[in-house]
Design a protein around this ligand. Sequence first.
Ligand SMILES: [Zn+2]
Length: 112
Amino acid sequence: MHEYSLVRALADRVEEEARSRQAVAVHRLTVAIGAVSGVEPALFETAFSLCREGILADAELEIRRVDAAWSCPSCGRAVPSDPPLRCAVCGEAARLSGGDELILEQIEMEVP
Ligand SMILES: [Zn+2]
């Protein structure tokens, strides 16, 4: 389950960020998980609950799901994510333009 290593990496980043700002606690993390990122939000949450320690002991995890988005590689128009996944104007096959991300969007921390 690769969610564990992702959460581990995320926790390291948050700890580093918290340390650099002399935070005493982290209250909440907001993470955006794309629908086609290959990350399962439920597993991510489970992994997070097992990694909660130190400055993250009381941190809440908020997951924001991001839908897949497609666009035309030649004109840049957004393409609806239903078949045939082609641009209505140029007929080009759409390219994935969003939804494959895993982003740490926000950290709420307590800085004395
Ligand atoms: Zn196009």
